[in-house]
Design a protein around this ligand. Structure first.
Ligand SMILES: Cc1cc2nc3c(=O)[nH]c(=O)nc-3n(C[C@H](O)[C@H](O)[C@H](O)COP(=O)(O)OP(=O)(O)OC[C@H]3O[C@@H](n4cnc5c(N)ncnc54)[C@H](O)[C@@H]3O)c2cc1C
Length: 379
């Protein structure tokens, strides 16, 4: 028997023994190759054909997460953690290891109404959060896509549509419940495990698995949201003026600029997205006015919209990033089909005219062959 074969046998025994313990301690789903759910469970949202973990674990609670972490360590297998599955480097899956898919830990609960304290499961998505907080007039400044995970976005920062007023998503984190690499359950906050609390706010998924976050939400009204488009030829002056204005603009205004929107074909206009945190039309007009004066406005669909239902937080998916194969993939096609029937804002409303009758920008229908390059709005 060769040395390698001996090691394989030893590894197999170790894994089998760890698996017996896992089956005893783990209350969630254990998905293995060949199982009915495996095909859909093996991928993160940005899928690749090579994703083939040996086990996908779907915990129901923090105890299950702990059992999963201990299993991976005992079996000597690589461990990946999946929140919303939207991470660009695809750390939410692996080849031959263990994936802990946190999608079952998605409970969103308002725990302290006066202090706007909210407890959110480590596997929740921002769409699930908005659905619970919206009816209570609360929000957390988060990302622009409904299916992005609270875990991945928050642990690495989180730029949202109210970032200039409320900071990054991580700035609203008050505490977190974490399973460490040794399988210990700890709480991190300004008062407990301060160093871990510091690390998880910006350190990504490297410091343990967050099974629940405690956030401080903020009250929200409807918001003025939309895009103002300028001719491509004015790109340089629009960008310069936009950067100058954003340095002095009221913090209620958050804005991004999009160039070369692939849905609009060649000569795509420059699109300035604006989100004004408030429902006072006068204050919104004063804040957004300088943006409108940056150049020749050829489209303007800014309107008062509920933060929960019409803001970009409610955007269901991203047509080009639904897979690493980008806009050509079946996932991206499904996403485009769903977006065609969704009256959202921004370039994702391809094929529709703008919400505003004043808009002169008309996007073409999707071409028969979608654009080959994945669109990445920000990394
Ligand atoms: C369509 C799209 C739109 C986006 N919009 C924005 C935006 O508006 N603002 C912004 O800031 N970013 C945005 N992003 C970037 C996004 O925040 C990151 O890609 C983020 O990592 C995705 O998190 P996830 O949980 O969905 O992904 P995952 O792939 O599941 O996780 C990403 C990383 O976080 C870790 N992780 C996730 N949850 C946990 C947890 N509970 N405990 C420990 N580790 C965890 C994972 O292990 C992995 O390393 C966007 C991305 C996409 C694809």
């Amino acid at each position: 028997m060769t040395r390698t074969a001996v090691n394989w046998a030893a590894e197999g025994t170790r894994e089998n023994s760890a698996l017996r313990t896992l089956r005893r301690d783990f209350g969630g789903g254990i998905i293995e190759p060949g199982g009915a759910e495996y095909e859909s469970a093996r991928h993160s949202r940005l899928a690749s054909e090579t994703d083939s973990p040996a086990y996908v674990l779907r915990p129901r609670n923090a105890g299950d997460v702990r059992a999963g972490v201990r299993f991976a360590a005992r079996a000597g297998l690589e461990l990946s953690v999946r929140g919303g599955g939207h991470g660009f480097p695809r750390f939410g899956t692996n080849d031959g290891g263990v994936v802990i898919d946190l999608s079952g830990l998605a409970n969103v609960e308002i725990t302290g109404k006066e202090r706007h304290r909210v407890r959110i499961g480590g596997g929740a998505t921002w769409g699930q959060v908005a659905a619970v907080l919206g009816p209570h007039g609360l929000a957390i400044s988060s990302g622009d896509t409904k299916s992005v995970g609270v875990g991945g976005l928050t642990l690495s920062g989180g730029v949202g549509w109210k970032v200039r007023k409320y900071g990054l998503a991580l700035d609203s984190v008050a505490a977190a419940e974490v399973i460490t690499a040794s399988g210990e359950a700890v709480r991190a906050s300004a008062a407990e495990n301060q160093e871990l609390f510091w690390a998880i706010r910006g350190g990504g998924g490297n410091f343990g698995i967050v099974t629940a976050f405690e956030f401080t939400a903020h009250p929200t009204s409807d918001v003025f949201f939309g895009k103002i488009a300028f001719p491509a030829a004015e790109a340089a002056s629009v960008l310069r003026g936009w950067a100058d204005y954003l340095r002095v603009a009221p913090v209620e205004l958050t804005s991004t600029v999009e160039f070369a929107n692939p849905f609009a074909g060649s000569g795509a206009p420059v699109e300035v997205h604006v989100a004004f945190d408030g429902d006072d039309p006068g204050a919104a007009a004063r804040a957004i006015g300088p943006v409108r004066r940056l150049g020749t406005v050829i489209g303007d669909d800014v309107a008062l919209v509920p933060m929960r239902t019409r803001s970009p937080t409610a955007r269901p998916c991203h047509p080009a990033s639904s897979s690493s194969r980008g806009a050509r993939s079946p996932a991206a096609s499904r996403c485009r089909r769903s977006l065609r029937s969704w009256s959202g804002h921004g370039p994702w409303s391809a094929g529709r005219s703008s919400a505003s009758a004043a808009s002169a920008v008309r996007y073409p229908r999707w071409p028969a062959t979608p654009p080959p390059t994945p669109i990445v709005r920000r990394s």
